[in-house]
Design a protein around this ligand. Structure first.
Ligand code: SAM
Ligand code: DTB
Ligand code: SF4
Length: 333
């Protein structure tokens, strides 16, 4: 019998975890990690922006919003062949999952055929597929599932009570509705958020509380804000003590995510480029077991394969071997 991870966490439970002495918290997180995941292994994903910039949403952290004066140029949806070329390169570099992101409020029906071709093509290469395209209707989620999409990324980003301070063009409930459509279509959910938006500890508690009391996302990305000049938050936080996140508080957030969502993959996402190797090592100790590889995220810089390979070798961490869903059964036949 499979025992589902608990989803009845209270805010008091989560507050108590955040308040633990740091060493006890990290020790507990690593203990939970070892009971649920192979130790010393991280899963590697590669990101590609298949449609950049010009997004009508006003997310205060994002360089791709039309509201941001970040210098990011808007592009059209890439053609399928170019996407598959990038995917082949990611596979050569050892990536097990290819994540395609578009700066949209939601995909249009006319985009669906190309998106489905991208999914089929990447899957045929033997990689897991992930997309992040903004809001999805029930029908769109089903179409992507039928094409074989393994994961859909759609973040709640911050606590429900802090959401309107960060984004005004949609609500927290809109996010939940898409997550439900994705889940109903049988696609694995990738859902997390950002630390370092200028939020309070209470907001971080509310953020983890929201994630750990929904059906747990299979994958939980924890991003550290990459402050971008010309975005609301990049400009607001610049030259303030909040411009650089407190690394200990960041590691605490990773640890509490690991403890409350023991079976999920916890992904150390944006912001690694400006994080020390020691901080990243603490995040792995606290239960993070996935990263984005390559020298670019969507528009922001990432650490790069050579530096990452050197760090993982130093830490004795291996790349997790991914077997895409559905291919498992095929492999067994
Ligand atoms: N447009 C889609 C959406 O919002 O769902 C997909 C792409 S969006 C860039 C995916 C996620 O990237 C956001 O939810 C946010 O968590 C993260 N992100 C975007 N800009 C970021 C930044 N400057 N620093 C850290 N994380 C960021
Ligand atoms: C997620 O939570 N982080 C990734 C992925 N999901 C799509 C994106 C990070 C974007 C960082 C900012 C940029 O590259 O523009
Ligand atoms: Fe658009 Fe996504 Fe950026 Fe928000 S985070 S502005 S929805 S691309």
């Amino acid at each position: 019998m499979t025992v589902l991870p608990r989803t009845d966490w209270t805010r008091a439970d989560i507050t108590a975890l955040f308040d633990m002495p740091f060493m006890d918290l990290v020790y507990e997180a690593q203990t939970v990690h070892r009971a649920n995941h192979p130790r010393n292994e991280v899963q590697l994903s590669t990101l590609l922006s298949i449609k950049t910039g010009g997004c009508p949403e006003d997310c205060g952290y994002c360089s791709q919003s039309v509201e941001a004066d970040s210098g990011v140029k808007a592009t059209k949806l890439m053609d399928v062949r170019a996407v598959l070329q990038a995917a082949a390169q990611a596979k050569d570099n050892g990536s097990g999952r290819f994540c395609m992101g578009a700066a949209w409020r939601n995909p249009k029906e006319r985009d669906m055929p190309a998106l489905k071709e991208m999914i089929r093509g990447v899957r045929e290469m033997g990689m897991e597929t992930c997309m992040t395209l903004g809001m999805l209707s029930e029908g769109q989620a089903r179409q992507l599932a039928d094409a074989g999409l393994d994961y859909y990324n759609h973040n709640i980003d911050t606590a429900p009570e802090n959401y309107a301070n960060i984004i005004s063009t949609r609500t927290f409930e809109d996010r939940i509705e898409t997550l439900e459509n994705v889940r109903a279509a049988g696609i694995n959910v990738c859902c997390g958020g950002i630390v370092g938006l200028g939020e309070t500890r209470e907001d971080r508690i509310g953020f983890i509380h929201a994630l750990s009391t929904m059906p747990h996302p299979e994958s939980v990305p924890i991003n550290a804000l990459v402050p971008v000049k010309g975005t609301v938050l990049g400009d607001m936080l610049a030259d303030t003590p909040l411009a650089k996140i407190d690394e200990i508080e960041f590691v605490r957030t990773v640890a509490v995510a690991r403890i409350t969502m023991p079976a999920s993959m916890v992904r150390l996402s944006a912001g690694r480029e400006s994080m020390s190797e020691s901080c990243q090592a603490l995040c792995f100790m606290a239960g993070a077991n996935s990263i984005f590889t390559g020298d670019k995220l969507l528009t922001a810089p990432n650490t790069g394969d050579d530096k990452d390979a050197a760090m993982l070798a130093k830490l004795g961490i291996r790349a997790m071997q991914a077997v895409p869903h559905g291919h498992l059964e095929e492999a067994a036949e």
